[in-house]
Unconditional design. Structure first.
Length: 248
């Protein structure tokens, strides 16, 4: 059937209804359609990640989606043929992808979190594969569109909102520990408040004094005309500063 019954309520998949009841059954054509859809959708998401030179790209996303799609179809077969009450393979796939995704998150020496979006995207692609494999065509297409928009368009909006924010964090490398007082004095002149400052022990033997600093900008002029990147670029010109970078 092309609907799911939930406490007496029939939730009809519009695409399955349009195609006919055969599209919700497990047969050669539905299996082929779901595998192809899974491949195409995952390839599109993987291309976006690979195009931005992320480690998990084209092939990884396809493998994750195809594995999820086939797993849920096997679970459906077991439920309908042998009366299994729990989708074992689908649950195993989700757990495995969650572990894989968490291992792809890295923390750089400059406190930058890398791979978080790709990690979540892999997990989301696994959900997409499960949805396709279960025959939820309409949900899968809508979900795919929203995922693509989230990865391609929302980052620009996110960067815009971050630049508009009064608060941001920086990774600060000073040439000498005594320079910290001068740096704080410079920020005060600019009406930039230090909310928190932590020493980074990873650089103890480097000869540098390294800190993670949380800042708030209260100067009307800076808030109106300067982006975070411009403020950081200006601070980076100070003689005693070795490096400054915003922590995403």
């Amino acid at each position: 059937m092309y609907f799911v019954s939930l406490e007496g309520i029939e939730i009809i998949d519009p695409i399955a209804k349009l195609l006919g009841s055969w599209s919700s059954e497990m047969n050669f054509w539905t299996i082929l359609i779901r595998i192809v859809l899974s491949f195409i959708f995952a390839a599109a998401l993987g291309y976006e990640r690979a195009n931005k030179r992320h480690a998990a790209g084209f092939r990884t996303f396809i493998l994750v989606s195809l594995s999820s799609t086939i797993a849920v179809m096997i679970d459906v077969f077991f439920v309908e043929t042998y009366g299994f009450s729990f989708p074992l393979l689908s649950a195993a796939v989700l757990i495995s992808i969650a572990i894989l995704s968490s291992n792809s998150i890295l923390f750089s020496s400059r406190n930058q979190i890398k791979g978080l979006t790709t990690s979540v995207a892999l997990w989301a692609t696994a959900i997409l594969g499960l949805s396709i494999g279960a025959g939820f065509y309409t949900v899968s297409i809508i979900y795919m569109i929203l995922l693509a928009l989230s990865l391609s368009i929302l980052p620009k909006i996110e960067i815009y909102l971050k630049n508009k924010s009064n608060h941001f964090e920086i990774h600060l490398e000073l040439k000498n520990k005594s320079n910290l007082q001068d740096f704080v004095a410079t920020l005060r002149k600019l009406n930039i408040t230090i909310d928190d400052i932590e020493s980074n022990p990873a650089y103890n033997n480097s000869g540098l004094s390294v800190y993670t600093v949380s800042l708030s900008v209260y100067s009307k002029e800076l808030k109106k005309y300067k982006r975070h990147s411009e403020i950081i670029e200006a601070l980076n010109t100070l003689d005693y500063v070795n490096y400054i970078g915003e922590i995403n």
